[in-house]
Design a protein around this ligand. Structure first.
Ligand SMILES: Cc1cc2nc3c(=O)[nH]c(=O)nc-3n(C[C@H](O)[C@H](O)[C@H](O)COP(=O)(O)OP(=O)(O)OC[C@H]3O[C@@H](n4cnc5c(N)ncnc54)[C@H](O)[C@@H]3O)c2cc1C
Length: 309
């Protein structure tokens, strides 16, 4: 069994545009084999990757990329999408669900859905990774990089981390949490998770187990937007979206907390469409959270953010 993977922006739709981190790392291609496939929810799967290399150079919060061109099963789709869009399909980024001290690498992928009449194109890679990547599959990954990482001086900066995540946005934060429990056991964490329903919560049981093991260090609060009777699920479950009132109730000192927030933001495609239509795109999770943190007085330099469309 793999270590319990609390069994996943800059703009997560644009991994090729990710800023280069301050310390330049050696990014390299690695051939890996899928050693385990763990269904997390109805549309989300963790892939445990065997690398044959114990000394992997990554930090909690880093992502890897996967180039869709390597999959024969996607060949016709990839070429059709490239013809239609008039551009090369870029590699997709996936945050590491595993922490650096764990002996296996893992990513957790949520299947992107296609809504007719709304989405311009069907998603390319995530349906394959979630539903059609059996144990034994070989693939090439490229990694590891990204600016959404735990600062080395975290214990000098704070004793309380607030994680605010939605959907697969929990993936990099799960890695950060596991790393902190291993290397910074004095830090306190509050994890706020936004999802539609209880069954959509990725890593739900693993996070509950972590909380039972470390009640003084970890508090997990769920906000369920499509479960009006969410509170029946437990004392730490509220109905509705993550908003300023919920965040205010969880912050003892907004000026001293360090925030890590990851979840959907208005995508560049939504921004382009809104511009053409002359409207302002409706805020999504990430815009709402960033506004709330500003209202609550959390200093900008204490807010680490990663988003995906
Ligand atoms: C740093 C980072 C980390 C990430 N980590 C994770 C993770 O841990 N887990 C996870 O599940 N996901 C993660 N993602 C998201 C992931 O990289 C993919 O974006 C996601 O899996 C969807 O890829 P896809 O190929 O299935 O869909 P895509 O083919 O990329 O399509 C996604 C959506 O974009 C629309 N679209 C695509 N091209 C166009 C276009 N030209 N014009 C208009 N609309 C278009 C499609 O219609 C569709 O709605 C991360 C992203 C980043 C940048």
């Amino acid at each position: 069994m793999p270590d319990p993977v609390p069994s996943s922006s800059q703009d997560r739709t644009a991994p090729d545009a990710a800023p280069v981190p301050a310390t330049r790392r050696r990014i390299k291609d690695l051939e890996v084999m899928v050693a385990d496939v763990i269904p997390e929810t109805a549309d989300t799967t963790t892939l445990v990757l065997f690398t044959g290399n114990d000394a992997l150079d990554h930090r909690p919060g880093h992502f890897l990329t996967i180039d869709p061109h390597q999959f024969a099963a996607l060949d016709r789709w990839t070429r059709w999408l490239e013809d239609s869009k008039g551009r090369c399909e870029p590699p997709r980024a996936y945050s590491l669900a595993s922490a650096p001290h764990e002996h296996r690498l893992a990513i957790t992928v949520k299947e992107e859905r296609y809504t007719s009449g709304v989405d311009a194109y069907p998603p390319l890679l995530s349906p394959l990774l979630v539903r059609r990547t059996p144990r034994g599959t070989r693939m090439v990954i490229t990694g590891f990089t990204g600016p959404y990482v735990l600062p080395d001086d975290i214990e000098q900066r704070t004793d309380h981390l607030l994680h605010v995540c939605a959907g697969s946005g929990v993936v990099p934060n799960a890695s950060i949490l596991k790393h902190c429990f291993e290397h910074h056991p004095k830090l306190r964490h509050t994890l706020v998770l936004g999802n539609k329903t209880w069954d959509d919560v990725i890593f739900r049981d693993a996070l509950a187990a972590m909380q039972r093991e470390r009640p003084a260090n970890l508090r997990v609060v769920h906000a369920l937007s499509r479960e009006p009777a969410g509170a029946r699920r437990g004392a730490e479950v509220v109905s509705g979206r993550v908003d300023v009132t919920l965040l205010a109730s969880l912050l003892d000192d907004p000026t001293a907390v360090e925030v890590f927030t990851c979840g959907p933001a208005v995508s560049r495609f939504e921004k382009q469409r809104a511009k053409l239509e002359g409207v302002t795109p409706a805020p999504r999770f990430q815009e709402t959270v960033l506004d709330a943190l500003e209202v609550l007085g959390v200093p900008k330099q204490r807010v680490h953010k990663e988003s995906f469309g």
